[in-house]
Ligand binder design. Structure first.
Ligand SMILES: [Mg+2]
Length: 238
């Protein structure tokens, strides 16, 4: 196989924990709504409404905490049939602020592996989400010195990766993308002829989920921890 020159790293749930913060807020959200909807709706129904609000808001608000907070408010209004109090809406907005200022909690192994990668390859971070929030997390992560470039994009599809690679002067066969989402981190780079490494994370956001058989497992490498990444990259080059 050809030599690897550039590594692309996803950020949320690849470099630092993210989804578990959303799960914590959504469980607090269900508890908040209990007083309004007791006997009316169950917790599962709240999740269904929230997911559909997130899905329909995506093209207006994009990804990230601020969009999620607005979807929570809309879900609260819909499921309580306008009975949610201003006091409780204020609580939801405060949760959004809490998420935006949440400490960056690096995944196990990131602190040692990222500097190792930077010694050997050019390292690009490719992440979607809210520009302001992602920049703040990168700054707080302490990892910025190891990154050659940080690309905060609106969507992670084939054309986005193509633009990012061209902008950075990277040929797809010299590029390996690493991330936790088959939909966003693995499938599009494969389609461009790049290689990809999937690092499984225990939970994944509903809108990132893919059906069984979405990708052929022979087309990419799957690992359980970023700690395995340097070794797997060497094997890919061998
Ligand atoms: Mg991710």
């Amino acid at each position: 196989m050809s030599e690897i020159e550039v590594i692309g790293l996803d950020a949320d749930d690849t470099l630092w924990h993210d989804e578990r913060m959303f799960m914590d807020i959504s469980s607090r959200f269900r508890r908040l709504l209990e007083q309004y909807i007791a006997g009316d709706l169950d917790e599962g129904s709240i999740d269904v409404v929230l997911e559909s609000k997130e899905r329909s808001n995506l093209e207006l608000f994009g990804y990230g905490v601020k969009a999620y907070t607005l979807s929570l408010i809309e879900t609260a209004i819909a499921t309580t049939r306008w009975r949610i109090s201003a006091y409780d809406i204020h609580q939801i907005i405060n949760w959004g602020k809490e998420m935006l200022t949440h400490p960056v909690d690096l995944l196990d192994g990131v602190e040692t592996v990222v500097p190792l990668l930077a010694e050997r390859y050019r390292v690009l971070v490719i992440t979607k989400g809210d520009l302001w929030n992602q920049e703040a997390k990168i700054a707080r992560s302490g990892l910025q010195p190891y990154f050659d470039s940080v690309e905060i994009v609106a969507e992670k599809d084939v054309s986005t990766y193509q633009r990012v690679l061209v902008r950075n002067g990277v040929k797809p066969d010299k590029f390996v993308m690493v991330g936790n989402s088959l939909r966003s981190d693995i499938a599009p780079p494969l389609e461009l002829g790049a290689r990809a490494i999937h690092i499984k994370y225990p939970t994944i956001w509903a809108l990132e989920q893919v059906p069984e058989g979405f990708l052929n497992p022979d087309d990419y490498t799957a690992i359980d921890s970023i700690k395995q990444l340097p070794e797997v990259l060497e094997q890919l080059e061998a």
